[in-house]
Design a protein around this ligand. Structure first.
Ligand code: 26W
Length: 791
């Protein structure tokens, strides 16, 4: 490997020879690109070493199949993981450029919706940090998750244009292309069944190296882009029919054109199924090619290949692997099923019925005529092997992807202890009964490099000064902070770190949105996708009641609080979009109330994404994790807040349960019904009305909304929301309100005791080390993949 020149030299060399600019004329983007190439050079060194080592050892490989990777920016991640921060800052200072502005010039790679996509990105970084040979497979969407704008408080979606700027972190692989077929027919000749697709597109690979801590290892994220086999119809062009001439290319690109922006509701669109098969088939072609290069017998596959299905979205991998083994490699069907199951494992990320994928059999059969045959045979074989089975993966003219994934996996996991138990007693109750050792738990985690070291350098510095830097890839070392938490002077420094982060955020909000807030207010933050089960409307109801209480008792010593919201709603999810509008309308009234606005303010920051989370979380005092118990599979934002010293106000839902166990009940503001109590409360007639009658604050807040107080021009603007809450209130906003109010008043009191609060915050940091995605990945490696580290 060539000697690595100083970063300064590589930056200048790339600026001149890769970007073609001299320092005098270089613009911000040029410097970002030059610095990115210089850092990428060093990532490539680690990458090549890792690739060679994996080949020479013949080690088992992990393949992570996901329709989403919510990556965010990559330059700072590369700099931090290669410990180049000081050098990079020195180089940029010398070039009279602000490193912060250079880093912020990079567009987010927003190839995901929310939790599932971000988890995949954290997992890729942890796989490299622990030195586990792995590939991530996904789709190189030209347009990621839409850009959110507010127009008169309403969400407006704009196409996301990350590729309109040069992208420094991918390598196009024109030589890595696979044909992906759709439609057509199936025939069987001399006992061999053949699928004859009607149309074909090509999947072309784009590789992004994913480097781990200290650059000791780097794995590949391979994203597929749709290409036409015959991109241009010259004959049509010569006849002046230009659109038909360009049609083949346009059609093929449609497959990887845009990410579906739904994160809980299956739309059942054909293009989505085509995207899922496109990703899965290309990945399996690549996996089998790489296996064939090293190993001879496909029966060895489970020994050398572990394939993780990130939810059911790539579940077609089961039938496709069986098709390749049976139709093309002539392995007997049941043996093909066993080999495939030996490789496959499936993670479930939600219990919401509307999020469990099931495809209409005619759409599925038309697009994948051979696969539906194979699924029917898998279903029949599974029924044969489990005579007491009652539920099928092929019922009411649907193809149930959850049932199929479970049947075709050797391990199935949930993403928090509570969620995994609920899987066994709800959606997979019968399958769990039939296969009692198949479901295991792997509680989610987050990478401490991005979500502490990089986004909160002040806190990271304070921690490293106290306990050394071992925590960065061994996060449970944070518990070594406990003695420091007892030291008042250290706690003051801890509080000062948070105060400086809040001041920095306040300045940024002033510059960016002309929003002026007092950094000494309690920064109460709820950032996540908009959804009724996440209950952003419970949060704003409490704000309205709080506002009313301050107006009625301005003399009381209120703890000044700033409520910050961030989150996108799926474009077709109108109720969620109305909650966004309500929050913006309430903010407009409350923030301009001279009596109360020094005690309570509400802001909804637009276009919440990974980079905004990195800005907000280090400056947060309170983490809102208020979902209806039993609905949030895990949550991962909750872990990021705890690590960054923001105690949680939350329900016993998802990973909140384990966070509270680790940080201590005394350092967690618990409220609300448990998952069991939720089930019982639902059975209570008019549970919402009863809750409203029992709580005048709640009643008053609902009446204010219903009266049009926040929508003077259109009094009935939110009658759908008040109607729902006073009626069905399926997510029990009203029934949990009183206890939520109680918890929030406890927060007020606790925050007023600065030292007490600092102790709670610091203990959240010290005791959240277990929520590292390194720990999670090591769990998958030992309990599911049987894969080891090569470090
Ligand atoms: C078919 C449309 C669709 C798309 C995405 C349905 C469901 C999804 C995802 C499963 C939704 C999701 O992001 N789930 C979140 O996954 C996180 C990572 O495990 C969890 O922490 C969150 O609790 C869960 O809501």
């Amino acid at each position: 490997m060539i000697q690595t020149p100083p970063l300064r030299d590589s930056v200048l060399r790339h600026l001149i020879y890769s970007i073609g600019k001299d320092p005098e004329h270089a613009i911000l983007e040029d410097w970002r690109m030059a610095l990115s190439y210089a850092v990428r050079d060093r990532v490539v060194d680690a990458w090549f070493k890792a690739t060679a080592r994996t080949y020479e050892t013949g080690a088992k490989r992990v393949y992570y199949l996901s329709m989403e990777y919510l990556i965010g920016r990559l330059l700072e991640d590369g700099i931090v993981n290669l410990e180049l921060l000081d050098e990079a800052r020195a180089v940029m200072d010398e070039m009279e450029r602000d490193l912060g502005l250079v880093l912020a010039d990079e567009p987010d790679a927003a190839l995901g919706n929310g939790g599932l996509g971000r988890l995949a990105a954290c997992f890729m970084e942890s796989l490299s940090t622990v030195g586990c040979p792995a590939h991530g497979y996904g789709i190189r969407y030209e347009h990621g998750l839409f850009r959110q704008q507010f127009v008169q408080g309403r969400q407006i979606e704009h196409p996301e244009l990350w590729l309109s700027q040069r992208h420094a972190w991918e390598f196009e692989r024109p030589e890595v292309r696979y044909r992906i077929g759709f439609g057509g027919h199936v025939d069987t000749r001399d006992g061999v069944t053949r699928w004859h697709p009607a149309e074909e597109v090509e999947a072309e690979a784009f590789d992004t190296p994913v480097v781990g801590w200290k650059g000791r290892w780097a794995n590949t994220l391979r994203l597929w882009s749709g290409r036409a086999i015959h991109p241009f119809d010259l004959d049509a062009f010569n006849h002046g029919d230009y659109t038909r001439a360009a049609a083949p290319e346009a059609l093929a690109r449609t497959i990887s054109r845009v990410l579906y922006p739904d994160d809980t509701t299956q739309q059942g669109k054909e293009l989505r199924l085509k995207q899922e098969f496109f990703l899965t088939r290309a990945a399996l072609c690549d996996i089998i090619r790489r296996f064939d290069n090293q190993f001879k017998d496909v029966r060895q596959l489970p020994e050398k290949v572990a394939i993780q299905l990130n939810d059911t979205h790539p579940a077609i991998a089961g039938p496709e692997l069986v098709r390749i083994l049976h139709d093309e490699r002539h392995v007997p069907f049941e043996e093909a099923m066993e080999i495939a199951r030996g490789c496959l494992s499936y993670t479930n990320h939600t219990l919401l019925p509307e999020a469990l994928e099931s495809w209409d059999e005619s759409l599925f059969g038309q697009l994948l005529p051979r696969h539906i045959q194979i699924i029917d045979r898998i279903d029949a074989t599974h029924a044969e092997q489990n005579p007491s089975r009652t539920q099928s993966m092929r019922s009411d003219h649907q193809v149930k992807m959850g049932q199929l994934s479970f049947a075709m996996a050797h391990k199935v996991n949930g993403v928090s202890a509570l969620h995994t138990e609920l899987m066994k007693t709800t959606v997979f109750e019968e399958l769990h009964h039939l296969h009692p050792d198949r479901i295991v738990n792997q509680t989610n985690g987050v990478t401490p490099r991005r979500w502490l070291l990089a986004c909160n350098p002040r806190l990271a510095g304070l921690i490293t000064e106290a306990i050394g830097e071992g925590w960065v890839d061994d996060l449970e070392q944070l518990e070594k902070l406990e003695p420091h938490v007892q030291d008042a002077a250290w706690l003051d420094r801890y509080t000062a770190v948070k105060r400086d982060n809040k001041a920095e955020l306040s300045n940024w909000m002033a510059q960016t949105y002309d929003l002026h807030v007092d950094p000494d207010m309690l920064f109460d933050v709820q950032i996540k996708r908009m959804h009724e089960y996440k209950r952003q409307h419970l949060n704003i109801l409490e704000a309205i009641a709080h506002w009313q209480e301050i107006r009625e008792h301005p003399e009381l010593d209120w703890t000044p609080r700033l409520k910050i919201f961030g989150g996108k709603a799926a474009p077709g999810y109108f109720f969620a979009k109305d909650i966004i509008r309500l929050i913006n309308d309430v903010a407009a009234v409350i923030n301009n109330d001279p009596v109360t606005n020094k005690y309570l303010k509400v802001v909804f920051l637009p276009n919440y994404n990974v980079s905004l989370a990195e800005r907000l979380i280090p400056a947060s005092d309170l983490s809102e994790q208020i979902s209806t118990a039993g609905k949030e599979a895990s949550g991962t934002g909750n872990m990021k807040f705890a690590l960054n010293g923001a105690p949680t106000v939350g329900t016993l839902d998802g990973a909140n349960v384990e966070i509270r166990q680790h940080v201590g009940a005394e350092n967690f503001f618990l409220f609300g019904m448990t998952a069991e109590e939720v089930m019982e409360r639902r059975e209570v007639e008019d549970h919402a009305k009863k809750a409203i009658e029992a709580d005048p604050r709640l009643a008053a807040a609902l009446d204010l909304i219903h009266s049009g107080r926040f929508s003077p021009g259109e009094p009935d603007r939110y009658h759908n929301i008040t109607g729902n809450l006073q009626g069905a209130d399926y997510f029990l906003v009203c029934s949990d309100f009183t206890d939520y109010w109680r918890a929030q008043r406890e927060v007020d009191k606790a925050f007023a005791d600065t030292q007490g609060w600092a102790r709670m915050a610091a203990l959240n940091t010290a005791r959240s080390g277990w929520f590292s995605s390194d720990r999670t990945i090591r769990g998958y490696m030992s309990d599911i993949w049987g894969a080891g580290s090569l470090l």
